[in-house]
Write a protein that binds this ligand. Sequence first.
Ligand SMILES: *Cc1c(COP(=O)(O)O)cnc(C)c1O
Length: 452
Amino acid sequence: MNYKSTRGDVAGISFKEAVMMGLATDGGLLIPETIPDLSDQLDGWANLSYTQLAVEIMSPFIDDISRADLTLLIERSYSTFNHIDIAPVRTLGPVQLMELFHGPTLAFKDVALQFLGNTFEYILKQRNTSLNILAATSGDTGSAAIAGIRGKQNINIFIMFPEGKTSPVQELQMTSVLDANVHNIAIEGSFDDCQTLMKSIFSDSEFKQKYCLGAVNSVNWARVLAQIVYYFYAYYKLGCPKHFDVCVPTGNFGNIFAGYMAKQMGLPIRHLILASNSNDILVRFFETGVYQRGKVSLTHSPAMDIQVSSNFERYLYYLCGTDSAKVKVFMDSFLSTGKAQLESVASADKTFRCASVSNEETIELIRRYAKKYQYIVDPHTAVGLNVAEQMVDSEVPLLCLSTAHPAKFGDVMAAADVKVSHPTLAALKGLATKKTVIAPDIDRIKALIVEG
Ligand SMILES: *Cc1c(COP(=O)(O)O)cnc(C)c1O
């Protein structure tokens, strides 16, 4: 399988090249040149474990890693999960909930970042080169990226976060990692300052090349690929239904795009239900065909507080009938004016349903589920469940994805009057930590990278 860009100026690159490239060099996103149809093979995989299934789903997309090596990479990636099923499913009333938070940092991003970290290490070893990962985080992504990269050979990771502005648990999840290749940089400024610094360092192409800078953000194809697997796994967990619906708490559109790929690959998903918080750029798009930037508002589900959904362009490419010229016109218009529109809403496809959920509704749902099911959900999952409840259809099973463990969001749990803890987080208290606190100064950060 080769990869090409949604903007049409990059094509014919291999899986390993796509992983190393991250964002396509023409500014687009990388996608496979064709989508394999696995529908004829579904019957044969019902008894596979999560990792065995992952090998079957991922290998059609990877020509340049042997099946034996891929198997090892996948096994290593999910050996850090603390549930034997990796992604167990439980019944809550009319909804089936898939728990994707059994990885080392208790959020679904581990599913992709554990695999990405191992894949980076594998490629770098073969090429005998090294990589410096630079990332800005307001919380969740940082700890999952660190957990994916810590202790790996030939990779350093530099994580910038706003000093004092992440939650105490999130900060501890990052700073308690003492591996020599992990560098926590607390910036005396805002999350925006961190992102601005990151962009200006990446735009210095001489520095970027000299120090082999790389990114781990959600546009990396390997992250999408690893996420496709659990949609297939869910199908078997639900007993191979004729059709099923999936509801996904959505921010950057990475998770739900993996579901869209799974459907194109022949998995019998009927509707993909997009659940958003009040940052509803995607809901507005699906309702009107207009994609328009708004102001970010801070909600109880911070990992979904986005202005622009970085993976949306992949979906847009298929929605435009795989016409790169159309994608370019749309994205150029969006980047220059903050607004873009498809010719007609009718071209929006019938796969997606969507709704957005307020902070009050999020709290109400957490409270209600604790009472009714004695089950505590995190605020992102609560957004998903609220929308899932609106879309229940007694004819078709409905799966909702649970994206984080509730103990990560203690303040929201307190607001909902529920108590929840997790041994992994409790064990962080009192651990030694390391971080470098610096002013938002590009030269200081570059110096840290140069020192390694
Ligand atoms: C990142 C994240 C999301 C959003 O996922 P996208 O792929 O960006 O749509 C939802 N919930 C949690 C807990 C997350 O960390």
